[in-house]
Design a protein around this ligand. Sequence first.
Ligand SMILES: Nc1nc2c(ncn2[C@@H]2O[C@H](COP(=O)(O)OP(=O)(O)O)[C@@H](O)[C@H]2O)c(=O)[nH]1
Ligand SMILES: [Mg+2]
Ligand SMILES: [Zn+2]
Length: 315
Amino acid sequence: MADNGNDNTFRALVTRSTGSSYMILSDDDTEREAHIKGNMRIKGIRTTNPVAVGDYVTALTQADGTTWITGIEPRRNYIIRRSTNLSKEAHILAANIDQAALVITLNHPVTSTVFIDRFLATAEAYRVPALLIFNKTDLLTDSEKEQLGELRQLYESLGYRTIAITAIDSNTREQVMPMLTGKVTLLSGNSGVGKSTLLNTVFGKQLTRTGNISAAHDKGMHTTTFSEMYALPSGRVIDTPGIKGFGSVEMTKEEVGHYFREIFEVSRHCRFSNCLHTGEPGCAVLEAVKNGQITFSRFESYLSLLGDGEEEKYR
Ligand SMILES: Nc1nc2c(ncn2[C@@H]2O[C@H](COP(=O)(O)OP(=O)(O)O)[C@@H](O)[C@H]2O)c(=O)[nH]1
Ligand SMILES: [Mg+2]
Ligand SMILES: [Zn+2]
């Protein structure tokens, strides 16, 4: 790319962030460590990390061999997570993504429908296409298999793509690859659901550490701390840290209903245009929940996001 006349300036893609430094991949396919100056900040957003995985940056290698990131290209989009310390600061998980995939397990560990719906609502808010990957199908009981079928049917009927896989099975590669080809995919999911295993299967080698589920709590252990990008023959996957909650976009109460497709659709028939569907007269959404046109679990998730306003916000 054009630069300021300095021969050592080049364009690169951020593939990994460790907090203190970054790995960047230049157009000539060289990956190297790079640093940022402490005062580099992007206008308008207060983030704990000014540079994120997926960012295109300009960088400069100095005579002493150290590389510095000197600029960030405008982002097409970015996904943030609120910091857990209730500060106003946000952490950018990934930038410039084409789709977001959520890995879900109905059991071992349980992924709640509220968690799924928060993810989908957030994806809607970012206008990023979402993909649901149901994993560990080998562990499902008959009734869980039935539940899987119902969930897939529900989400497919809402227009979301779903697949059911067993990440430890090598055939999974052929199943998953077509959905990742040519795209930058953000991979999310509670820790322990098999994200690292899936990446290993897809890439055919041990890329990341996989953690065993701790028997005591049936919760995954945290093995990935920072976002990391992997290259496919065509396309890229960004593995994000074991995030607890993805529903982190600032939404006004009125907006929440816009991010549930079927609720938004039906809400046009509510008597009041600012109806929150919590008992207002002439509410078409409550009617649709009653007659089963809107699935109860979705409505429950809607209410959960609606109730986020105050102290529950950053779960
Ligand atoms: N039975 C079974 N176990 C799996 C499957 N996928 C992952 N696991 C196991 O689940 C545990 C957590 O997987 P890991 O990939 O570390 O999860 P991550 O935290 O999402 O990256 C590991 O012990 C994996 O071997 C699967 O499809 N079936
Ligand atoms: Mg992992
Ligand atoms: Zn209503």
